[in-house]
Each structure stands twice: as structure tokens, then as C-alpha cells.
Design a protein around this ligand. Structure first.
Ligand code: FAD
Length: 419
């Protein structure tokens, strides 16, 4: 039955950003009615394990929730699950849900996240619901995929980015035969330097993953029941398979905002306070395009730390409190025994300094632009990652030799002992 809600703050999207925004509002002393509404049947949960521990079996569904129901209840935060918002009326400040229910708001926070880009959307003839074609964005997606990752099954992963490579690593752990096809000439090409890409190519190769670079999907062969039986590559290679996982990036969920007349470009455009073009509407997380002081331009990021930071900024905006300082963006990826932690934005770098021993599978790649350290990738170097964050935040010049000199402690470099 449809319902009517009167809220002070309405959050659309019960993901990590949405949940954190509601909790941050209470932390800052907000006393009005808060409703978090989301179209999934679950309370806000962590997506990173979907391609990692949830596939390998190290993480249970129960471990995924950010907070249990009681935490929202005791904070006086209402939740409405399985509720898809279909329309925003910015004049009367009402959101309508698919079942006809409505919620009024003083402030609306859009936290609608992103969805997986599909092969069909890039012009490849394949039904999105082919029984053995998988995308990975939600618990439902992971639960559909997991039983098909049987020992001996042949998996083709389309896309050599994080999600694809994490699925490859998790699947190898389950005895699945894995081939990764990547259209670029290296893995992780969008985010890492060639030296790091090559390191990951070798690791996957040594784990038994077949990697085809410079190779794209041209089409598929189907069995009469709709199952994919072969992946056809643009260079003529034919890959017989039992299942396919496509990890070809995300698309921001902006349609709701665009239909309401909000300014949308690559994401819902916001200012540094997460305010959209409508004074009563904020947007946060994967769906928001925001002015990054670190990038010097408007960017849209898909990462947990980014969604949580936006959530805290939005709560501060609602409460007219000082916004937290923007930290350099950071991210992580777990593959096999390797923890990769990245901070900063490496785009446009002109030098890379590798500190540590790549063959020992523990090193840091620092990215420099005109001498300034703009980003770092730390592999199995968690203890030093805090220093990497500080060094990137300094926005200061260092020499490659200085960064590579393992006799000099990173903490001294982080304290600003510049070249
Ligand atoms: C497989 C995978 C692995 C990842 N690994 C990492 C990692 O290792 N490290 C990292 O930092 N990040 C990782 N990420 C990215 C990270 O999970 C996201 O950046 C983060 O979840 C963004 O949070 P969000 O709240 O903005 O959006 P989301 O978590 O996507 O939440 C948005 C919610 O809004 C809902 N929604 C959308 N439209 C509507 C609507 N109209 N009405 C109601 N509800 C709606 C969506 O269904 C969803 O539940 C990973 C993501 C995936 C998919």
C-alpha cells in the first residue's frame, strides 16, 4: 500500500552515502524528521566486498550492513526500503515513489549512486538478462553470480579495471578458469601508470589468468535457451565460456534529477557544499559531479571515501555548520594477497617514482606533475599509506630520487622536507 510521509530531510538512495548523510545530520544535532528511502530491499551496505570477500566466501551478507536497523531506530531515522523514487516536484517539494506513495521535504539529498554500464548500452548485441551474463553493482547481482562460479567453470571477464580484476582474482580462488579481455593495451589503464599495470598483469598471469590486451568484445554466440556459449573478439579470437562478467564502468543515476530540471552533466552538478542548482536539493556520492580542489575542476568519483565525505559535507550544509576540509580522493582494491591503496589523482602526471621492491610485492608508486606529488599507489604498504596521503595533501615538490630513497623515512618526507 502506498504511503505518505512528511519529512524535514528526505534522502533518496539508501547506499553508503545516503545512510551516512542521515547519521551525520543527527551527529550535528539535527532534530527534524529524516527519512532514507531506497529501491533496494536492504539497509545501506558496503559494496566493495561484492567483488571480493562475498565472492570468495570470506564475507557473509550479514557482515555487509553499515549499521543494523536498531542504529537507525535509536537515532530516530526512518527508512523506506524497496521504494523507487520516480518523480521530484521541486515546486511543491514532493517526491513520488513507484507505488504511488509520496514524501514531502524541506531538504532533499540525492544519493542515487551509479549503475553498471551494460554491453548493450555500448552497442553490443546481447540481452542484459542473458542467464549467464553478469554485472556487479548490488547484493542481488553478487548472489546471482556466486553459484555460477564453480570450480572448472570457464569465465570471461570483459574489462581489466578494478571490478573485473577483483572478480578474476576471487574466481581463481574458487578454481574457475578465467580469461580477461581488455580493449586498452594495459590493465587499469585509466588509473595507474604503466609500471603498476604491468605489475598487475604479471600477478594475474602467475595466478593462471589469461589476459588478452588490445582486445574487445565484438559479439556472442548463444545456445537456444539464451545462454552465452562463446565470446567473439574483434581480432577473431573465439572464447568458449560458461559465464561472462562485464566490468566496464559505471553510469551515474541522474535521470530523476534531470527530469526535475536540475543541472546535470556527467553527474548531478553540485557546488563545494553539495548544493545542486535547486536551493532545496543536495546531491552526494557517485551521482554527484563536484568541484574538487585537488583536481582543480568538477569531477565525479566512484569511491566509498568520496561518498562518505560528501555525506558529511551535505549534513554540514543542512546544519549551516563548517564543511569538513576536502581530503585528496582515495580508494582501495584487493586482489589475491595484494592490497592496493591509491590516493590523489594521477591524471596528467609526467614522472613516476617507484619506492620499494616490486618483486617483493610491496612498493609505492608516486606520481609527479611538474615535480609536485599528485598521487600515490601503495601496494601492500598499508603502514605507509597514511604518510602517502599526507605527502599528496602537501602539494609540494619532491625529486624522484628523494621519493625512491628507502633510507629516508616517508614520515620525514611527509613532514615537508622538500627537495
Ligand atoms: C563491485 C564493487 C566494488 C567496489 N569496490 C570499491 C572499493 O574497493 N573501494 C571503494 O572505495 N569503492 C568501491 N566501490 C565503489 C563504492 O561502492 C561506491 O563508490 C559507493 O557505494 C557509492 O556510494 P553512494 O551512496 O554514492 O551510491 P550507492 O552505494 O550506489 O547507493 C545508491 C543507492 O541508491 C539507490 N537508488 C538509485 N536510484 C534510486 C531511486 N530513484 N529511488 C530510490 N533509490 C535509488 C540505488 O539502488 C542504491 O541502493 C565498489 C563498487 C562496486 C559495485
Amino acid at each position: 500500500m502506498s504511503s505518505t510521509h512528511t519529512t524535514d530531510v528526505l534522502v533518496i538512495g539508501a547506499g553508503q552515502g545516503g545512510g551516512e548523510a542521515a547519521v551525520s545530520l543527527r551527529r550535528l544535532g539535527h532534530t527534524g524528521a529524516i527519512l532514507v528511502a531506497g529501491d533496494e530491499p536492504l539497509l545501506p551496505y558496503r559494496r566493495p566486498p561484492l567483488s571480493k570477500g562475498l565472492l570468495t566466501g570470506e564475507v557473509d551478507l550479514d557482515d555487509l550492513l553499515d549499521r543494523r536497523a536498531e542504529a537507525y531506530e535509536s537515532a530516530g531515522i526512518d527508512t523506506l526500503l524497496g521504494a523507487s523514487a520516480v518523480e521530484i516536484d521541486t515546486t511543491d517539494r514532493v517526491v513520488t515513489f513507484a507505488d504511488g506513495g509520496t514524501a514531502t521535504y524541506e531538504t532533499l539529498i540525492l544519493a542515487t549512486g551509479a549503475r553498471a554500464r551494460t554491453l548493450a548500452s555500448i552497442g553490443i548485441a546481447v540481452p542484459d538478462d542473458a542467464p549467464n551474463l553478469h554485472y556487479l553493482r548490488s547484493v542481488a547481482d553478487a548472489e546471482r553470480l556466486r553459484p555460477q562460479l564453480r570450480a572448472g567453470a570457464r569465465l570471461v571477464v570483459v574489462g581489466g579495471g578494478y571490478v573485473g580484476l577483483e572478480v578474476a582474482a576471487s574466481s581463481r580462488g574458487r578454481g574457475v578458469a578465467v580469461t580477461v579481455i581488455e580493449g586498452q593495451d594495459r590493465l587499469l589503464a585509466r588509473v595507474t601508470a604503466p609500471v603498476v599495470s604491468e605489475f598487475y598483469r604479471r600477478v594475474h598471469h602467475d595466478e593462471g589468468v589469461e589476459i588478452l590486451l588490445d582486445t574487445s568484445v565484438a559479439g556472442f554466440t548463444f545456445a537456444p535457451d539464451g545462454h552465452i556459449t562463446e565470446v567473439l573478439c574483434d581480432d577473431g579470437t573465439v572464447l568458449p565460456c560458461d559465464l561472462v562478467v562485464a566490468g566496464i564502468g559505471g553510469v551515474a543515476n541522474v535521470e530523476l534529477a534531470a527530469a526535475a530540471g536540475l543541472l546535470v552533466e556527467n553527474g548531478i552538478v553540485v557546488d563545494e557544499h553539495c548544493r545542486t542548482s535547486d536551493p532545496h536539493v543536495l546531491a552526494i556520492g557517485d551521482c554527484a559531479a563536484f568541484p574538487s580542489v585537488h583536481a582543480g575542476t568538477t569531477i565525479r568519483l566512484e569511491s566509498v571515501p568520496n561518498a562518505l565525505e560528501h555525506a558529511r559535507v551535505a549534513a554540514a550544509t543542512v546544519m549551516q555548520a563548517a564543511a569538513p576540509t576536502q581530503s585528496p580522493p582515495w580508494f582501495w582494491s584487493d586482489q589475491y594477497d595484494l592490497k592496493l591503496q591509491m590516493v590523489g589523482l594521477s591524471a596528467g602526471h609526467d614522472q613516476v617514482a617507484v619506492r620499494g621492491d616490486m618483486s617483493a610485492r610491496s612498493f609505492i608508486a608516486f606520481y609527479l606533475r611538474e615535480g609536485v606529488v599528485v598521487a600515490a599507489d601503495a601496494v601492500n604498504s598499508s603502514r605507509d599509506f597514511g604518510w602517502c596521503k599526507k605527502i599528496v595533501a602537501l602539494q609540494q615538490e619532491f625529486s624522484v630520487d628523494q621519493l625512491q630513497d628507502t633510507d629516508a623515512a616517508l614520515k620525514d618526507i611527509a613532514r615537508g622536507v622538500s627537495a
